[in-house]
Ligand binder design. Structure first.
Ligand SMILES: Nc1ncnc2c1ncn2[C@@H]1O[C@H](COP(=O)(O)OP(=O)(O)OP(=O)(O)O)[C@@H](O)[C@H]1O
Ligand SMILES: [Mg+2]
Length: 259
């Protein structure tokens, strides 16, 4: 494709992806065109566009968070319901360290080599983990769709602003007990260990805590389950302890869960 045609296609896609009455400058300093040109690669933009033609979303309304390995967008569906799009970045990703969370999981035995495949697999893994949690009644954003490196899920928040995470919230003993229940239920009902359970990956909503960022969660058959579980319990214990909450012995909690 010539550069000229390619540029025209990109600006057309940009117009389609973002609704007309939105500001030129998105939150986080994203300019509309820049989202396409600098943050997302062309195949991702095409995949995003396909979400529109498949009626998963109607348009993208802005960006919510820009991390090193993923960006999260606020989209809206045909019924005006908010949707969160987590897009894993293929080009900048540092996915080597993630291999450990995939290789030992029996659900992903046939692993094709290559970073791109690993990124797609990671998105699919997060989707499957969310689905398992959702089906087990564990409060997580409801998964909607996954294709390539794009995960669509329920938007937890209002008007494009996500709910506060635990780190940003006032917390009490109830939140601590609820967090420990999340870990327990994840283990006993969804048969998963989160692997990155922390004050960064839990929303505190009006209806209680909502766990998210489940890309690293592993099936109980994974050989490092106990190690990950121990770390999850220690992380959250440290957080609540620093906030002045009386916490239980993490070793005791671990024993209770695995016995
Ligand atoms: N379902 C959702 N609804 C609303 N906001 C969300 C949702 N999922 C993620 N976010 C927002 O995006 C941020 C990052 O999401 P997440 O933790 O899943 O990604 P991450 O890869 O860990 O990103 P980071 O590298 O920034 O930690 C969250 O802190 C939250 O603000
Ligand atoms: Mg996170």
């Amino acid at each position: 494709m010539s550069d000229d045609i390619s540029r025209k296609l990109e600006s057309k896609l940009d117009e389609k992806l973002f609704s007309n009455n939105r500001k030129k400058q998105l939150k986080n300093g994203f300019k509309k065109g820049k989202v396409v040109n600098e943050v997302l690669d062309k195949p991702t933009v095409m995949a995003l566009y396909k979400l529109i033609t498949d009626h998963i979303i109607a348009y993208v309304n802005g960006s919510v968070s820009a991390g090193k390995e993923s960006v999260v967008f606020w989209a809206v569906d045909d019924n005006n319901v908010n949707v969160a799009l987590k897009i894993y970045l293929v080009s900048t990703s540092n996915f080597k360290k993630r291999e450990a969370y995939i290789l030992g999981d029996p659900r992903f035995l046939k692993l094709k080599k290559g970073t791109q495949n690993l990124v797609f697999l990671w998105a699919k893994k997060e989707f499957k983990n969310l689905l398992r949690c959702f089906d087990s009644g564990i409060p997580v954003p409801k998964p909607i769709h996954v294709s390539r490196n794009i995960l669509a899920m329920e938007f937890v928040g209002k008007n494009g602003s996500p709910c506060k995470i635990l780190l940003e919230s006032e917390v009490d003993e109830n939140d601590y007990l609820e967090s420990i229940s999340l870990i327990k239920n994840l283990y006993s009902k969804a048969k998963l260990v989160h692997g990155d359970f922390s004050e960064y990956n839990i929303f505190k909503t009006e209806k209680g805590l909502v766990l998210f960022d489940l890309g690293s969660a592993v099936d109980l058959k994974h050989p490092n389950t106990v190690e990950f579980l121990k770390r999850d319990i220690n992380n959250i214990t440290k957080f609540f302890s620093k906030r002045g909450i009386t916490v239980k012995d993490p070793e005791q909690i671990l024993r209770e869960i695995i016995s």
